[in-house]
Structures are given as structure tokens and as C-alpha cells.
Design a binder for this molecule. Structure first.
Ligand SMILES: Cc1ncc(COP(=O)(O)O)c(C=O)c1O
Length: 339
């Protein structure tokens, strides 16, 4: 089976399993787990923040970040296609009483003018904008690696209005690898960042939320409130520490995605967006077939991908797709779509 549904399907390697087995642990709610402390310190340093906090999921980290940055009833400015808008079950409203003001911007990042347009000043009638939320890489827009200047310009426009900025950087290390910049250059303009270790980096579980010391202190309390205070979680942080070391090898996944896209483009009926990282979006309208029918046939041929809209399929490369899995995947897809 060649599983191209997501980079979240990566399984822990032997080193990670061994790290989990031998991890030094303690009760992390008492802040006594040395492995978690080590992971948080290293991640904070790498991401360029004072402190970081370990979370079971990226979703929880994004939700806690929004809660800490805002007050109930405020508006969150976010891209219409972003994960917090599309895939977190309306959590901003459910958990924190926030409402969304969405925009639709090139590469998912608002221009300074768009920030000004979306901003709502607090007054007797209006709740005010409490947060700008950006995403890098941008998943639903095809794994776009958002350039540091674009993030900096949007963040500056928000900060001019005293609006903090959170970055959903679930795949921010992919962005850094693709743009060939240190990850801290992408996170420097924002006030907090979530980054996942359980996607392309290959950890079985875990995301980090980084920010100032004061922000992380409040996030720790909010994480507890959301049920995310964990005990001997060093057993999970140990493989996550290994995963952090994989950040430097993501370029290989991007190269596989680029070969995959080039091959798919040769197949009749497929319109392929040029990948910037490890995500390939394919529009299948011209095949005359519906997405579910196509995916069911690929599954029969041992290739898995994800439905990503009425006419779009998403394929994601990752550590558990071998370099030489790309050609067989392409052959099977071509055979599936040949008349
Ligand atoms: C951009 C983005 N943000 C957040 C998340 C949520 O991460 P998790 O599945 O760990 O909750 C995902 C998951 O795929 C994602 O792609």
C-alpha cells in the first residue's frame, strides 16, 4: 500500500520507539518531567521564542492560543481556507466564544490593506478584533510555503492595531525547508506559533505552542482547563525530540512531491497544482469521474489519497513513502484513469 493520504500516517521508527521505552519521566502537571522540559526548551530555542509548551494535538494548541490571546466575543481574522476555520469544528466559537471574520487572500495571507479592512475597532456596538491567525505551510491551498516578508507585512499591520498574531505552523518546518530559511525567520514576526511533530517530522503524537514566557504561563493553565494536562508524558516527548531532529530532512519529501506532480501532469484529465512542499492538489474535473469513484479505484490498486473538495484530490508525501514508491504510484494511477 502506498499511503499518500497525509503526513500524519507516518509511524514511529525504531529509534523513536526505543526513545519512548527508555525516556526519563515525571509528572508533567507538576512540571517534573525532564524529557518534556528538554523538548520544550529545545523547541522554544529553535522557533525563536522564550518558552514552549507540549500539546497532544495541533488543534488543542491552536485553540488554547486563541483563547489566551483574546477575550470572549472578539473577532478572529483568518483565511477562509485555513485549518482553524475549516477543520476545527468551530472550536473558536465553541471553546472561547469567538467569532470569525474571514478573508480570501492570495496565498492565504492578507495584505496590510486587507488587515486594515478586516479590522474591527472595539466600541459600544462592536466587539473588536482580538487575533489575526495565519497558516504556514498553508494546507488547504496546497502546502504553500509562505514567504517571511508576507507574514511580516500582515503581522505589522495587525500589531499597528494592537492585534496579536498566531501562526498555525503545523508544517512550518516544511515551509522553512522549502524557502531555505531558518524556521525562526518565519516565526519572528508573530506572537505565538503552533508546530506539529506528528506530521512530516514523524512523531507518533505531539505539537508545540511557543511564545513569550507570560503567554506560555497562561497557555499552561488553559491547556489544563481544556483537559490537556498530562502526566508521565515524557514517554511521548522522547520520540517527539527525535522528530525535531528530522526537521532537516524534509526536503526529501518535497522532492518526492515534485516528482509525483510532474508524473500526474502527464496523465490525461488531471490538472495539477505545482507543489511547493509535500502536498499535491489535483483537480479531476476533466476526467468526468467523481472523486470518490477515483479514490475507490486507487484503493483497489493499493494507492491511498484524500478527497479534498468536490473535484480535488490531495496527495501528501512523507517519510514512510519511499523514494522509489513514486513511480509505482504513478503507474497505478495512470492505469486507473486510462480508458
Ligand atoms: C494546518 C493544520 N493545522 C492544524 C492541524 C491540526 O493538527 P492535529 O491533527 O494534531 O490536531 C492540522 C492537521 O492536519 C493542519 O493541517
Amino acid at each position: 500500500m502506498i499511503d499518500l493520504r497525509s503526513d500524519t500516517v507516518t509511524k514511529p521508527d525504531e529509534e523513536m520507539r526505543e526513545a519512548a521505552r527508555t525516556a526519563d519521566v515525571g509528572d508533567d502537571v507538576y512540571e517534573e518531567d525532564p524529557t518534556v522540559a528538554d523538548l520544550e526548551a529545545r523547541a522554544a530555542e529553535r522557533l525563536g521564542f522564550e518558552d514552549a509548551l507540549f500539546f497532544p494535538t495541533g488543534t488543542m494548541a491552536n485553540q488554547v492560543a486563541a483563547r489566551v490571546h483574546t477575550e470572549r466575543g472578539q473577532e478572529v481574522l483568518a483565511d477562509r481556507q485555513s485549518h482553524v476555520v475549516k477543520y476545527e469544528l468551530g472550536g473558536l466559537a465553541q471553546h472561547s466564544g469567538l467569532q470569525l471574520r474571514t478573508y480570501d487572500a492570495e496565498r492565504g495571507v492578507p495584505s496590510p490593506e486587507a488587515v486594515a479592512e478586516g479590522y474591527v475597532a472595539e466600541d459600544l456596538h462592536r466587539p473588536g478584533t482580538g487575533l489575526l491567525c495565519l497558516e504556514n505551510t498553508h494546507n488547504a491551498r496546497g502546502g504553500l510555503a509562505i514567504e517571511p516578508e508576507r507574514i511580516a507585512a500582515a503581522a505589522e499591520a495587525a500589531h499597528e492595531r494592537d492585534v496579536p498574531v498566531h501562526l498555525d505552523g503545523a508544517r512550518v518546518f516544511n515551509a522553512a525547508a522549502a524557502l531555505e530559511v531558518p524556521v525562526a525567520e518565519l516565526t519572528d514576526p508573530v506572537d505565538s506559533v503552533m508546530c506539529s511533530l506528528s506530521k512530516g517530522l514523524g512523531a507518533p503524537i505531539g505539537s508545540l505552542l511557543a511564545g513569550s514566557e507570560a503567554f506560555v504561563e497562561r497557555a499552561r493553565r488553559t491547556r489544563k482547563l481544556f483537559g490537556g494536562g498530562m502526566r508521565q508524558v515524557g514517554i511521548v516527548a522522547a520520540p517527539a525530540l527525535r522528530a525535531l531532529e528530522n526537521a532537516d530532512s524534509l526536503e526529501r519529501d518535497h522532492e518526492k512531491a515534485s516528482r509525483l506532480a510532474a508524473g500526474l501532469r502527464e496523465i490525461d484529465g488531471l490538472a495539477v497544482q505545482e507543489p511547493e512542499t509535500n502536498i499535491v492538489l489535483v483537480d479531476v474535473s476533466e476526467t468526468g469521474l467523481d472523486v470518490e469513484t477515483i479514490l475507490a479505484d486507487w484503493r483497489e490498486r493499493d494507492v491511498l489519497a484524500t478527497a479534498f473538495g468536490p473535484t480535488t484530490i490531495r496527495l501528501v508525501t512523507h517519510r514512510d513513502v519511499a523514494d522509489d514508491d513514486v513511480e509505482p504510484a504513478l503507474e497505478r494511477i495512470e492505469a486507473s484513469l486510462s480508458p
